[in-house]
Design a protein around this ligand. Structure first.
Ligand code: ADP
Ligand code: MG
Length: 226
């Protein structure tokens, strides 16, 4: 992918912008979203600190794997963006909630996952619900299944009823792309060149769509021209 203008950091009013990635359930894509968000903001010319608050240390392993590839991705001191990747357990984000500008909640569009996520949303104080963005993950590339469509409807209804929170662009199920991300790479995910129509290019486009919305929610200035 190419052609994205860099963010002018002079426009950022307060540093760092803090993103919390949370869902009380494991295996829903928190670390994928945290890693992609890190890659996106690096790609946009910002410095990032990715904080691994999960005892499984998947984010830390990804940081280490990139370092082994010769790429240092984290800036622990005075970063522009701070991203906290949490553990998939109820209450694991409590310490970070108040300090966050934005809570990103990847989830899968299945009944059981949804009920946990809805319960988590309901348990948040109202002011924090406003800064929560739901990210449907592992959406079927060929279009939604009936169950996924129902899941979308449930989240949309919840947001409408409560009058707060937002549904962000989702990520497609791309087994050829996301598991490999964790191996680390010499090249930023968004700068990797792949042929048109390949899963990598599709994933880059889907993720850039998502993170432009994330930038908007963080108040990072007008959208950059394509
Ligand atoms: N959109 C996706 N497409 C394909 N595989 C995915 C996707 N999102 C997550 N995965 C895979 O699912 C597994 C769990 O994701 P992960 O981000 O580690 O979840 P969590 O941090 O919530 O426990 C990982 O192996 C990851 O590569
Ligand atoms: Mg994780």
């Amino acid at each position: 992918m190419r052609g994205e203008a860099r963010i002018n950091t002079n426009r950022l009013k307060s540093f760092p912008k803090r993103i919390l990635v949370h869902n009380p359930k494991g295996g829903v894509g928190k670390t994928v979203v945290a890693a992609l968000a890190t890659e996106w903001f690096l790609y946009r010319g910002l410095t990032v600190n990715l904080i691994d608050a999960d005892g499984n240390h998947s984010s830390q392993e990804w940081i280490d794997n990139n370092r082994d590839e010769g790429r240092e991705i984290v800036t622990p001191i005075d970063p522009d963006i701070e991203i906290v990747d949490t553990k998939g357990a109820p209450g694991s984000a409590a310490a970070f909630l108040r300090a966050s500008d934005l809570i990103l909640t990847p989830f899968q569009l299945y009944g059981y996952d949804l009920s946990e996520v809805i319960e988590m949303f309901d348990s948040l104080p109202i002011d924090l619900r406003r800064s929560l963005g739901f990210i449907p993950n592992r959406v079927r590339a060929m279009g939604l299944t009936c169950e996924q469509r129902d899941g979308f409807d449930q989240i949309e209804n919840l947001i409408r009823q409560e009058g707060t929170g937002q549904l962000l662009p989702g990520l497609v199920d791309r087994v050829a792309v996301y598991p490999n991300l964790f191996n680390g790479s010499r090249v930023n995910f968004f700068e990797q060149h792949a042929g048109n129509g390949t899963s990598v290019v599709n994933a880059q486009q889907e993720a850039s769509h998502l993170f432009k919305e994330v930038e908007r929610l963080l108040g990072l200035g007008p959208r950059a021209p394509r």
